[in-house]
Design a protein around this ligand. Sequence first.
Ligand SMILES: [Zn+2]
Length: 265
Amino acid sequence: MDSKGARMASGCLVSAAEAAERGLAYINPRPCECEWCGRALKPLGAVLNGRVAWVSHEECGCEASLAAAAEEEARKAEEHERAGVSRLLAAGIPKRFLDAPIRVQACERYLLEFGDNPERGLYIHGGVGTGKTELASALARRFVEAGYRTRLTTTIGMLERIRETYGNEASSLEACKLFGKCDVLILDDLGKENSSAWSVMTLFHLVNMRYEEMLPTIVTSQYDPSRLSARIGRGGERETAESVASRIVGMSMTVRLLGTDRRRI
Ligand SMILES: [Zn+2]
């Protein structure tokens, strides 16, 4: 048992003297000493069915043992932090934007009100360099930390991932579920993908799946809402593209990013 475990459990552990006093059965404990200062430490035992099992020892409390315990705590905290970071990376947040702040008030408000309106998405649009990916990452982090199964992906990345599964029904279904059924999908740079009948139909399938499941989708794009449909459907599939765009925009609060100010209009 580690020292923290011993601390937590010491309330119900007994020393040899206590065990003798209470008439408990035990074999004599092996002597133990502080690994830092060498002081002899009282062994502590757990009582089960009237017998004592020696599982721990008292804490020494010398400077070196306290320092070692503090170091151990710090190591665990760091491990915890690393686990948190790997959760963020696993959700698709780029390393560069792990600590991105939410600089847009409208998005803070969106998060605050999210509980009242959990199927509402966001449509964030603005030119190149307005911080769309940074903002998408910051939003993703907040959702991950709040315990939502969150997936951040570029639209191109998502379509590639699904295309790779083409011909394999099981993994195709899995990919669709990954994006279609996660609690929060954040789709970066919609409209940048090539437009083909396949890409538009796939987007429709996903967006519609989320619409029917009442799951929120956050989208970033260079294109303002009125141009989205034409952009997605520039390869032909205009009607389906229209459905994709109206589902997305219709379910979302629109946020426009301006230059480096990143303010909402
Ligand atoms: Zn000691």
